[in-house]
Write a protein that binds this ligand. Structure first.
Ligand SMILES: C[S@@+](CC[C@H](N)C(=O)[O-])C[C@H]1O[C@@H](n2cnc3c(N)ncnc32)[C@H](O)[C@@H]1O
Length: 385
């Protein structure tokens, strides 16, 4: 028996994109119609969490016999087994890189040292089972203040041939990705971008739309750690959802790519090629800016209805600094992520409530995945109504 999501036909495409970005769509079972014909059954991978995050948690689950895919492409596990033998597969059973992340036609994966000697076989098996992948990069984690991933090219597909260990100069890492119908340019070697945060970005849209209803007018959204702008892509491109936008980041490379994205979303004259400093243009503040200094700009104080803080290690440090940006005369929403010890979630919740210090505030801390053996990465929603 296999777990399936029951999805209305017209929502299937969006759900597939989300599940693919998380690696939660079954590779061996196929999507098939539900008996009611208005719905489809979308099979989940065995690695998908039992409690799916929003917006996936709104769909009913049906456990039923899955239908094997007719696609005869082998799974990466079966290719790897052919290459290294069943005994080796068993020996390192829980150590092989089961998950990977797609960014456009690139695949990012983490490799444990115990299976390093099988790197070529691992990469070959992943590329054979995912023929759209052009480049495989080893993800050695995010580094430094800009949270840019340390990525090493492991293999490049050229004219159907796999070249192992290409030099960094020989590979193109700037790509376009699609999220919910939006095109986003990114280069994960220069600025932070993760396709795994799509569920968070869709939840931002749900919160933003509810807030617009409450306020009765388009909302002003500030994203002072915007990176290349993926969260804004979901908000900015919706009709009548936003009024003003603040899109800033400390990383000049992120702002460079953000400007290309803004030109694409708002028209080619939107920002000049070499604009770097924070500037206001056609309802959008954008540019390089240390978020610590934003409250020094009187034009930015008391005017925002939604704030996005995607800097998980420093969320609670930045929250009190950035609160003066909020328009407290109206309901507001703050969304973000934070890292917290498993046994300190209650204390963290209390700390955030104190920082907001409003009797109408509601804080929801939702642990989404383990960040380390003792810490969780939590999704945060603060509402003041
Ligand atoms: C985890 S990334 C999130 C980027 C983007 N919001 C996204 O979801 O893709 C955090 C971002 O915060 C930026 N950052 C770090 N410290 C900052 C600061 N003091 N002021 C402004 N941006 C900062 C980094 O350069 C990085 O792009």
């Amino acid at each position: 028996m296999n777990t399936h999501l029951v999805i209305p036909n017209h929502e299937v495409q969006g759900v597939i994109e989300l599940l693919l970005s998380e690696g939660w769509l079954s590779q061996t079972l196929r999507i098939h119609p539900h008996e009611s014909e208005e719905f489809r059954l979308v099979p989940l991978d065995s690695g998908a969490p039992q409690n799916l995050p929003p917006p996936l948690d709104q769909y009913p689950i049906l456990v039923t016999e899955g239908k094997p895919t007719q696609n005869r492409r082998p799974t990466w596990q079966s290719v790897l087994e052919e290459l290294v033998g069943a005994e080796t597969i068993e020996e390192y059973e829980s150590i092989w890189p089961a998950s990977h992340e797609f960014i456009g036609d690139m695949m990012l994966l983490k490799i444990e040292e115990e299976v390093r000697i099988y790197e070529e076989q691992i990469v070959k098996s992943k590329m054979e089972s995912h023929p759209h992948v052009r480049l495989v990069l080893e993800d050695r984690g995010v580094k430094g203040e800009f949270r840019v991933r340390d990525l090493r090219p492991m293999a490049l597909r050229i004219n159907g041939q796999i070249k192992h260990n290409p030099s960094s100069d020989a590979v193109e890492t700037r790509v376009e990705v699609r999220e919910s119908g939006n095109t986003i340019i990114c280069d994960p070697t220069l600025a932070y971008y993760s396709s795994r945060l799509q569920t968070e970005r869709i939840q931002n849209v749900i919160e933003a739309e509810a807030l617009r209803e409450k306020i009765g007018a388009p909302i002003a959204v500030a994203d002072p750690f915007c990176g290349v702008g993926p969260a804004l892509a979901h908000l900015i491109n919706r009709q009548h959802l936003t009024s003003q936008i603040l899109a800033s980041d400390l990383n000049p490379e992120a702002i460079n790519i953000l400007n290309d994205n803004l030109r694409r979303w708002r028209g080619c004259n939107f920002v000049e090629e070499n604009q770097t400093k924070l500037q206001f243009n056609k309802d959008i503040w954008s540019g390089i800016q240390d978020a610590r200094e934003l409250p020094n700009n009187p034009d930015l104080l008391g005017r925002w209805n939604m704030l996005i803080i995607n800097l998980p290690h420093l969320f609670s440090e930045f929250l009190p600094l950035l609160l003066p940006l909020m328009d407290v005369t109206k309901p507001y929403v703050i969304r973000g992520r934070l890292v917290c010890r498993h046994d300190e979630i209650y204390d963290k919740h209390e700390q955030l409530m104190q920082q907001i210090s409003s009797p109408n505030a509601k804080v929801v801390l939702d642990p989404r995945r383990d960040y380390s053996p003792i810490t969780s990465l939590c999704s945060v929603t603060i509402k003041n109504s």
